[in-house]
Ligand binder design. Structure first.
Ligand code: NA7
Length: 539
């Protein structure tokens, strides 16, 4: 606890794993409370997601004025966003600006991967081992490892034998990649692919897109941020934040609710609302009607609208049919694009369906499909996503009480209390862990809410003379059941997606995020107000 005597280079009140938006703010909070804190970060610099994902076109799909910290009104007021949806370089500059302003760098150890974390029951401390073989100790271990940070690279036969260049969108070279006069293959059609394909297509001699599942995408309608809009929001930033945080997803965006049900109005009127949402752009399209993610028939009306758009945009009817998604709208993360579908009208772009005819192997000169078709390529882009929500946590191999590992505990899917703590793993916290709104909310406010909750909790433990906190098994079981019950009342868990872990072979199918930001925050506040209900506190 603050002020205790110990080896200040190896022994801390708290260790934070990860120096992205979560780790940085957590550090700021704890340091401000007098806790000795060390952040370990694998990367050569801070920024997390926005450090690694530098692929062409990488951009946030939440509006800039919302996707930012609110803990400092000074930063809120002085930082000028230039676009409606900020690009990766702009977000990374913002993160560095915040870290410089609050002088955070001194407590961050870069190029250090945490390889194991073990709870020492006798001492009530975590022993944290890094890739350099060093061991650090801390009363509290806080995972700020990100929900989409553990890359999913399919186990393609022969990948190592490829003579050209290969890249994963989540580990893009800092110096950029020149695709001019290259035959490029992009594998995947999720958000990373949808953002990068139109830009790679402009450079490449030829681009082949290998699509396993066609995805819904709506236009971003990104544009320079109108200074008048920015000033208006800044004039009442607190009110703006408040309105967002009271909403179901913790973000409102530019959006007009057209009513409780897509079925309640005439098809013509409905399409007028969809058309307006399409023109406004962005993920809020999903919220046009309240029942889009609850009622399959209503959902189908959005499907019809978007499929009609795809057929309208794409010239070749056969290509258009291949681009038409077959799954429930929105149950895979909705993509937000700039010119994605129209890119398939370019003469140098082709679309290959690998849903039935899978990629069999990577050869020294390209890709081969199951039916023997092969494609000569100079570069392969793996836009194949992440082992979402649990991958980065499990990679740290946490060992809790009695040496039980997190992978043993989560063999049937993640079990957490509030997505913040795990029974059997005292003094361990997970920022935006599975079972919290996380990826189904605006990540930055969710991060701040978790970091504030954890900081307050640590302050409470200190003041009340407790050294240890652990979620009870009963509270955890009830929470996991509640997360599932809420999700099962919707269409979200209905298809194959990283929300349910089915993108990673062998991963147990469980819906991982919690649906409902505002009710979730209320629950967390209640738990704290009731003396950390559902947790066991001890000396
Ligand atoms: P996603 O959304 O998980 O997309 C990955 C894509 O890669 C998706 O189209 C996958 O098809 C495809 N994929 C994965 N493995 C294979 C194999 N073996 N063969 C062919 N295709 C494959 O990841 P993103 O990086 O685009 O986006 C992640 C999130 O980051 C995004 O939602 C935003 O929140 C930010 P599948 O659909 O599984 O059939």
């Amino acid at each position: 606890m603050p002020g205790q005597q110990r080896d200040t280079e190896r022994d801390f009140d708290a260790v934070i794993v990860g120096a992205g938006l979560a780790g940085l703010y957590m550090l700021h909070r704890l340091r401000g409370m007098g806790f000795s804190t060390r952040v370990f970060e694998t990367g050569t610099a801070i920024g997390g997601t926005w450090f690694w994902n530098r692929y062409p076109g990488a951009r946030c799909d939440i509006e800039s004025l919302e996707y930012s910290y609110q803990f400092s009104d000074e930063i809120q007021q002085e930082w000028e966003w230039t676009e409606r949806f900020a690009s990766q370089p702009e977000i990374l500059s913002y993160i560095n600006h915040v870290a410089d302003r609050f002088d955070l760098h001194g407590n961050i150890q870069l190029e250090t991967r945490v390889e194991q974390a073990r709870f020492d029951e006798a001492e009530n401390r975590w022993a944290i081992r890094t890739n350099a073989g060093h061991e650090y100790r801390a009363r509290f271990c806080i995972m700020a490892t990100g929900c989409l940070s553990c890359r999913n690279t399919p186990d393609f036969k022969g990948l190592e034998s490829f003579q050209g260049e290969s890249y994963h969108t989540g580990d893009w070279p800092h110096e950029g990649v020149d695709f001019h006069s290259k035959r490029v293959g992009v594998i995947g059609t999720g958000s990373s692919a949808v953002q990068s394909i139109p830009i790679i297509a402009e450079e490449a001699e030829h681009l082949t897109v290998f699509q396993r599942t066609a995805n819904y995408s709506v236009p971003a309608q990104n544009k320079p941020l109108d200074p008048a809009v920015q000033s208006r929001i800044k004039a009442d930033y607190a009110g703006f934040r408040e309105r967002n945080s009271n909403s179901f997803f913790g973000t409102l965006g530019d959006f007009e609710n057209a009513g409780p049900s897509a079925k309640a109005i005439s098809p013509e009127e409905r399409d007028r609302f969809y058309e307006a949402a399409w023109k406004r752009g962005g993920v809020p399209f999903l919220n046009t009607f309240d029942d889009l993610m609850i009622d399959k028939e209503s959902n189908d009306t959005a499907v019809d609208f978007i499929c009609h758009k795809i057929r309208e945009i794409v010239d070749d009817p056969e290509v258009a049919e291949r681009l038409i998604p077959r799954q429930t709208f929105g149950c895979k993360r909705l993509c937000v694009d700039t010119d994605y579908f129209s890119t398939f009208n370019r003469p140098n772009v082709s679309l290959v369906d690998v849903s039935e005819n899978a990629i069999e192997e990577v050869t020294p000169s390209g890709l081969k499909l199951a039916d023997g078709d092969d494609f000569a390529l100079d570069a392969i882009v793996l836009a194949t996503g992440f082992d979402a929500m649990t991958g980065a946590l499990l990679a740290i191999d946490p060992h809790g009480k009695s040496g039980v590992t997190l992978s043993e505990k989560w063999s049937e899917g993640p079990q957490t209390y509030l997505g913040l703590a795990v029974s059997g793993f005292p003094n361990l916290f997970t920022i935006t862990g599975p079972g919290s709104p996380s990826v189904l909310s605006n990540m930055v406010p969710s991060i701040e809410q978790h970091a504030n909750w954890i900081a307050d909790c640590l302050g409470y433990l200190h003041e009340t003379g407790h050294e240890r906190i652990e979620a009870t098994r009963a509270a955890e079981t009830a929470w996991v059941a509640h997360v599932n019950e809420v999700a099962n009342g919707t269409l979200y868990p209905k298809c194959h997606s990283w929300y349910v872990g089915t993108n990673v072979p062998g991963k147990t199918r469980v819906f991982m995020p919690y649906l409902g930001y505002a009710p979730y925050v209320e629950k967390c506040n209640e738990v704290a107000a009731n003396g950390y209900e559902g947790f066991e506190l001890s000396r």
